[in-house]
Design a protein around this ligand. Structure first.
Ligand code: NAD
Length: 323
């Protein structure tokens, strides 16, 4: 099946990987991205350099909150993959209004533009952070998820709820995907794996928040792409529906082990400074992926050891890493 898809946030870390996968499937991809200054524009440009000018890909530079621009970008589109957002837990505490503006108002603007142009199929990039600190592990999609502990998490849950409303009122078919800490080549520079690798390469100190026992379910980006593709196929089926799927590896890794693993791959001894746990960070994430397996056929396969090896290989091939 081929179709035309709008991918918001196409110049971002996950958006670039997803755009490449859909172009590879022969879909017509329109990317929409405003090159938000959260991190350097040149990183995003490099991340999609191979796509620029490729058959089947075009990039529109603009903001998802610009309703008329969004309506024109939606022309001829059958499906929207909505990945644009202000991402990151800790920075959302510094700028809650900015996060609400893009993640809630932006999502509402996009949904309304879709309604006006008759497009009812969407995949929404949500986050494991919506589970907060009180959901029993492994996290299941039917948990209430009503106790977020950061502005970012609250905006992602609000985005899901807006999607839910459009399915109920306007017959949309939307899959909300809760991504669990995604990593891989071109990972956002603010995220732990990237930051730790950069620090170790430069011989700098790593700031470890907490005693190292916090746990994350880290998901390799190729597995996320597989889940997004499966969710897109689900969204192309008949019938109004709203559903939520966890995309994780369903394995947890302690912060302490992660730092040691990166050190081993780089053959460096990490220099660690221990700071208090960061406000807004949850203690543990772990996805129950039974539903995504059953309904979407999601089948993640990259272990943390293999994934970190690939990440470190990419990092060393593209950055200075003094010996
Ligand atoms: N990376 C993760 O671990 C992770 C985990 C959970 C959820 N997510 C979600 O996945 C999506 C992609 O995350 P990412 O890590 O690739 O982040 P990213 O910052 O690399 O990508 C987001 C992209 O959205 C664009 N953008 C921001 N505001 C915009 C606006 N107003 N209009 C148009 N474009 C805008 C940015 O320029 C950026 O290119 C986000 O929705 C994020 O919340 C990511």
């Amino acid at each position: 099946m081929t179709a035309r898809v709008l991918i918001t946030g196409a110049a971002g870390f996950i958006g670039g990987h997803v755009s490449r996968a859909f172009v590879g499937r022969g879909w017509e991809v329109t990317g929409l991205d405003n090159f938000d200054p959260f991190y350097d524009r040149s990183i995003k440009e490099e991340g999609i350099a191979d796509l620029q000018g490729a058959v089947g890909f075009r990039l529109v530079e603009g903001d998802i909150r610009d309703a008329s621009l969004v309506r024109s970008a939606l022309e001829g589109v059958e499906l929207v993959l909505h990945l644009a957002a202000r991402a990151g837990v800790r920075p959302s505490i510094e700028d809650p209004e900015g996060y609400v503006s893009v993640n809630v108002l932006g999502t509402a603007t996009l949904l309304e533009a879709c309604r006006e142009t008759g497009i009812t199929r969407m995949v929404f990039g949500s986050s494991s952070s919506v589970y907060g600190d009180d959901t029993p592990v492994p996290f299941r999609e039917d948990a209430v998820a009503a106790d977020p502990i950061s502005p970012y998490a609250a905006t992602k849950r609000a985005g899901e709820l807006h999607c839910r409303v459009y399915c109920h009122l306007h017959g949309f078919r939307i899959a909300a995907l809760r991504f669990f800490t995604v990593y891989g080549a071109r990972q956002r520079p603010d995220l732990a794996i990237h930051k730790f690798t950069r620090a170790m390469c430069r011989g700098e100190t790593i700031r470890q928040f907490g005693d190292g026992s916090s746990e994350r379910d880290y998901t390799y980006v190729d597995d996320i792409v597989q889940g997004v593709v499966a969710a897109a196929d689900w969204a192309m089926r008949d019938g109004a529906a709203f559903d939520i799927f966890n995309l994780g590896e369903s394995k947890t890794v302690t912060l302490r082990y992660l730092i040691r693993l990166i050190g081993e791959m780089l053959q460096r001894e990490p220099i660690v400074e221990i700071d208090p746990p960061a406000p807004g960070d949850v203690r543990r994430t772990c996805a129950d992926i039974g539903k995504a397996r059953r309904v979407l056929g999601y089948d993640p396969s990259v272990t943390i050891e293999d994934g970190i090896r690939k990440f470190v290989d990419w990092y060393q091939a593209t950055h200075e890493c003094s010996s």
